[in-house]
Design a binder for this molecule. Structure first.
Ligand code: PMV
Length: 326
């Protein structure tokens, strides 16, 4: 038997950064994302004599394999199964480069959750799968759903925390233009970066206190489809997250010179009258938001900036889903 699922990465307009409960992977702040069409992770789960995980054609071991098997084991237990879980061969492929700075773990765990749920016939439903994916990567909990998705902060000790859909992909025809500023992998992953920020940044508490208010403004602007109201809190969320990461010990500098140049160019475009704003994740790439009608005007300018290697444009897309299999 083989089950195949697809999922897309998502980009947070209101950022998650910091865990309230490390063991249970509970976010300290609420986040709001848009799931992106056009970039896809395809994951298959099928019977095998021994467990294995292949990512983009390369057999993985150690940590990646452990995380994949952890999800299968959780699903198996959730379904009340006590016997030996069947051995599986899991194969996953991204049609977008990992170096694009689009959280590939989000689409990876979302696609895996759906494929494994079908393979094991656990039938847990999206909310349970979102909760399980969230435990492995909080942003993955959001990629189970399409369109605009929110994930609350949780209390320490909570087990049950899932993302929930806020508005369908068709709600707002936005474009996300990714300005790729390096082909290199990031130096410090999000989990390590968050843990260091939580432990050492004197600005961490300020971020945790400010984030719910920023999130509420993003949420309102999304519901109202009000781009003018979206700009301020989206940029503030990203900049405040980076400010608190910069203040960690040692400081987390995710940006490169081009990152700053792109931020300046986005603000210049805005001064010229274009509705456009930026966000940045745990890496040096810049993600630029604009209503669909302005996509070409914005990406032409951004693609021509020195240091920008290329741009990738995406629009709101669907959640994780099965695509067949025998
Ligand atoms: O869910 P993780 O561990 O991949 O962390 C995601 C962190 C950011 O991408 C920086 C922000 C976010 O909310 O997606």
């Amino acid at each position: 038997m083989k089950r195949v699922a697809v999922a897309h990465p998502n980009i947070a307009l209101a950022k998650y950064w910091g865990k309230r409960d490390r063991g249970r992977n509970i976010p300290a702040v609420p986040s709001l994302s848009v799931t992106l069409a056009g970039m896809t992770t395809t994951t298959s789960v099928e019977d095998a004599d021994a467990d294995s995980f292949t990512l983009n054609g390369v057999l993985s071991s150690a940590r990646p394999l452990e995380r994949v098997l952890a999800m299968l084991d959780v699903l198996w237990r959730e379904a009340g199964q006590t016997g030996q879980r069947p051995h599986v061969s899991v194969m996953s492929r991204n049609d977008f480069p990992t170096a694009a700075g689009l959280a590939s773990s989000a689409s990876a765990f979302a696609a895996l959750a759906v494929a494994a749920d079908a393979f094991l016939e656990t039938n847990l439903g999206l909310a349970r799968l979102s909760c399980i994916a969230r435990r492995l990567s909080a942003s993955a909990g959001r990629s189970l759903y399409g369109g605009f998705v929110e994930l609350s902060a949780g209390d320490s000790g909570t087990l049950e925390l899932a993302a929930s859909p806020l508005a369908a992909a068709s709600h707002w025809d936005l474009r996300v233009i990714v300005a790729v500023t390096t082909e290199a992998q990031k130096e410090v992953g999000s989990t390590e970066g968050m843990n260091r920020t939580t432990a050492t940044s004197p600005l961490y508490e300020a971020w945790v206190n400010a984030a719910p208010g920023i999130f509420a403004r993003v949420r309102e602007a999304v519901l109202e489809r009000d781009f003018g109201a979206l700009v301020g809190p989206v940029e503030q969320s990203a900049l405040t997250m980076h400010a608190c990461a910069l203040a960690a010990d040692p400081g987390l500098v995710y940006w490169n010179g081009t990152t700053v140049e792109v931020l300046r160019a986005v603000r210049e475009l805005r001064r010229e009258g274009l509705p456009v704003c930026f966000t940045i994740d745990a890496g040096p790439h810049v993600k630029i938001l604009t209503p669909a009608v302005h996509e070409t005007a914005v990406s032409d300018v951004i693609a021509s900036l020195p240091g920008v290697l290329r741009t990738i444009a995406a629009c709101p897309g669907e959640g994780a889903r099965l695509v067949g299999g025998a």
